[in-house]
Design a protein around this ligand. Structure first.
Ligand code: GDP
Length: 369
């Protein structure tokens, strides 16, 4: 096929072979497009017709090229993260690529947080973690891509910091970046037609540009794939199950020393030492919890993973990573966070262990609630 054909929505080189790659267009659509003179890649086609943005996979080279190009722009960088998987959301080395551009750190999916959680504590925690990895955001904001009112607030904050510059939105996959971009498009009514029907000269590959009213653009970059996300180990059905869609209802478990709590078959929490006390879980309301004796927990898992303990499903068990153990000695009010899944809050001193699939983090933080 002709290498020179570009998508008129995003500027990617059109190709018909790699479904998940940039610029993919099915052959039939390409023929139609050539006839009418409007060739769109599938991603832009869907954006135009279904208001649905897809992620495409980037190779490491593409990824570096993308990050490097960000540093050359004069823009406000909006880094979208999932507040349920903060560590899994971080883009390694982002601060090195953005140059002197200001960053807004946006914690998405705030709609599922229990009302009891203090937002100020969460943003403070996010700011501290960002600093640890060298990122110094102008502001940390919480939002929900699913709520129009939150989108309007976010747009106001973006307006405050962009000071006449372009806006570049970056994020790893699954943080809700596509939903957020779609939300922004909806909130800035009328713009939708512009994105897809005009051609933007000089548009670099692999970006969607949404015009802002002062001639600048809001630029959506492809989702960056991050390997340490729980999401990569699960099928679509399980993903739906662990990704909370409604406000999380905290559950309280009274445990004795020597008891274990399984979070489906995805994670495990051992109460190793301490007074009988209550532990509060903040995970998807649909995730089944099971209590057992610590001394039997290994055998229990072996026997029931994929059955009583799901996800993973039975046919996924053979590919599912083994659980890895992290031990914590807790002195004050603490959350043990299972990246991408949720957390367990502890109030009294004790020794516990958190287990998660190999590659997924279990960390501690000062309790948020
Ligand atoms: P992307 O890979 O970063 O573009 O993420 P998507 O936009 O595809 O979203 C990933 C998942 O998170 C989907 O299941 C969305 O429905 C869900 N999601 C996105 N934004 C929100 C939000 O604000 N709240 C909730 N509860 N779920 C969200």
């Amino acid at each position: 096929m002709n290498e020179e054909i570009k998508c008129i929505g995003c500027g990617s080189t059109i190709q018909t072979t790699d479904k998940d790659g940039l610029g993919y267009t099915p052959n039939s659509a390409l023929e139609k497009g050539l006839e009418s003179g409007d060739v769109y890649c599938q991603r832009c086609f869907r954006l135009r017709h279904y208001n649905d943005i897809q992620d495409v996979s980037l190779t490491d080279d593409d990824f570096l090229r993308l990050l490097n190009s960000i540093g050359e722009e004069d823009a406000l960088i909006v880094n979208v993260v999932d507040i349920f998987d903060f560590n899994g959301s971080l883009i390694p080395g982002l601060h090195r690529f953005i140059g002197s551009n200001p960053v807004l750190l946006v914690g998405n999916k705030v709609d599922i947080l229990p009302k009891s959680l203090k937002r100020g504590k969460l943003t403070q925690w996010m700011r501290e973690r960002a600093h640890e990895v060298g990122l110094r955001p102008e502001e940390v904001v919480l939002t929900s891509a699913k709520k129009n009112s939150e989108m309007e607030d976010l747009l106001k904050t973006i307006e405050k910091y962009r000071k006449g510059r372009d806006v570049i939105v970056v994020g790893v996959t699954n943080v809700g970046k596509s939903t957020l971009i779609n939300g922004i498009i909806k909130a800035t009514a009328g713009v939708q037609e512009l994105i897809t029907t005009s051609q933007f000269p000089g548009t670099t590959l692999d970006k969607i540009e949404i015009p802002l009213d002062d001639g600048k653009f809001l630029i959506d970059t492809p989702g960056i794939i991050h390997n340490f996300q729980m999401a990569h180990y699960l099928g679509k059905k399980d993903l739906r199950l662990i990704a909370p869609t409604k406000e999380i209802k905290p559950k309280v478990y009274q445990l004795n020393e020597g008891q274990t709590l399984f979070l489906g078959g995805l994670a495990r929490f051992d109460f190793i030492q301490g007074e009988r006390q209550s532990f509060v879980t903040y995970v998807s309301n649909d995730l089944g919890m099971h209590r057992t004796k610590l001394e039997n927990a290994d055998a229990f898992y072996e026997k029931h993973v994929g059955g009583l303990l799901t996800p993973p499903q039975q046919d996924e068990v053979s590919d599912f990573p083994e659980l890895v153990r992290f031990e914590f000695s807790v002195k004050e009010s603490t959350d043990i966070v299972f990246a991408g899944l949720g957390w367990i809050t502890i109030d009294s001193p004790c020794v516990v262990a958190g287990w998660a699939p190999k590659g997924v983090d279990v960390i501690r933080r000062k309790a948020l609630v």
